[in-house]
Design a protein around this ligand. Structure first.
Ligand code: ADP
Ligand code: DP6
Length: 336
């Protein structure tokens, strides 16, 4: 990356969408540079968004981070400050920044707020710092804030190429959001506060789960199957492999010490609900990240029937139905 000294310009706002992993990223080869053990594949989730405004100012003595109207301290603030430090180093400045951000969906509940959060922050902050970077460069910077965020720079279906060096681990687009129209019905349940962050849970799994290595051995085959399913718009193959990989990731998490069980009884109820849908010849599969909430994957013609049955049989806190969405955008309306 060749960077000329940047000029701190102006307040910038970016909108990023979260992403739903079909093949999960679970485990890092390099904790500091955030280089994963395996490639992962996701689609960008249109309905789950983060909007972030960043302004650098000589008048500030420290960075401020306001999320959904609340001034952040502790770990969430430190993650943002550390990320701004990477961007300041690239742009050769030490000016502090004000960061306002809004997530339109629950934070730290397994719906990848860190993905949309760091993609929006990276895009807004690099622009505000006057850097002109392409998506590959942005995805590599963003990865250092939160790994999965590197996949949110592109719309549609995206693969994060693991590799093993800072300048070789980045996201690429496999197909855009118009290529293959699927639905992600996000089932938001009553979620107990998570005891451990995704980051710490993942680290624990590498160290303690006897199944970590076995999962890695399955990944090349499953990555190839998902790439092909996207290419051929084969929903049943995409859904069944994604569901299997979700169970494989959770098997590793559950067998970590101490066990990382993100599901609640309601999560399991929805898993059985999805199995029953398949018995009724409704094409549906689930995937779950690090929380009790689930994503039900389906095709547009079954969307309404599944939402109707969810309302009758499960009564979740909220149902958010999403299509594959676009990549990060810079917009003109600011949050402050
Ligand atoms: P999730 O499943 O929501 O991604 P994680 O534990 O991986 O859960 O990430 C949640 C953390 O990501 C938050 O505690 C906070 O540190 C960070 N985060 C969430 N939203 C934002 C945002 N909009 N801007 C910056 N950081 C964010
Ligand atoms: C289960 O990207 O949140 O959602 O890189 O430590 O910030 P850090 O982790 P993060 O992990 C996401 C894990 C996952 C699977 C996935 O999105 O691929």
């Amino acid at each position: 990356m060749i960077i000329l000294k940047s000029v701190i310009t102006t307040k910038t706002t970016a909108i990023a969408h979260s992403n739903t992993a079909l093949i999960k990223y679970w485990g890092k080869r390099d904790e500091e540079l955030i280089i994963p053990m395996n490639n992962s594949i996701s689609f960008t989730t249109e309905a789950l968004t983060t909007t972030t405004t960043v302004e650098f100012s000589e008048e500030l003595t420290k960075d401020n981070f306001i999320l959904n109207g609340t001034e952040q301290t502790g770990k969430p603030l430190k993650r943002v400050v550390d990320h701004l430090a990477i961007i300041r180093e690239i742009s050769q400045t030490n000016v502090k920044a004000k960061v306002y951000s809004e997530n339109n969906f629950p934070t730290a509940a397994g719906l990848a707020s860190s993905a949309s959060g760091f993609a929006a922050l990276t895009s807004a902050a690099t622009n505000a710092a006057g850097l002109k970077l392409d998506k590959k460069e942005l995805s590599m910077i963003s990865r250092r804030g939160s790994g999965s965020s590197c996949r949110s720079f592109y719309g549609g279906y995206v693969e994060w190429i693991a590799n093993n060096e800072q300048n070789e681990s980045y996201a690429i687009q496999l197909a855009d959001e118009n290529w293959f129209d699927i639905r992600d019905i996000v089932v938001v349940l009553k979620t107990p506060e998570r005891k451990m962050s995704t980051r710490d849970a993942m680290k624990l799994s590498i160290k303690t789960s006897p199944f970590f290595k076995s999962r890695l051995d399955t990944l090349d085959t499953n990555l190839a199957k998902i790439r092909l399913a996207i290419k051929e718009r084969d929903f049943n193959s995409l859904g069944s492999v994604a569901e299997m990989d979700c169970l494989s990731m959770h098997s590793v998490a559950i067998t970590s010490n101490p066990p990382q069980i993100f599901w609640t009884p309601d999560t399991v109820k929805v898993m059985h609900f999805v199995e029953n849908l398949r018995e009724e010849k409704i094409d549906a599969y689930y995937t779950i990240d690090t929380g009790a909430n689930l994503h039900i994957l389906t095709i547009p013609k079954f969307e309404h029937e599944i939402v109707k049955q969810l309302e009758e049989k499960i009564l979740p806190e909220k149902i958010i139905s999403s299509k594959p969405g676009p990549g990060v955008k810079v917009v003109n309306e600011h949050l402050f």
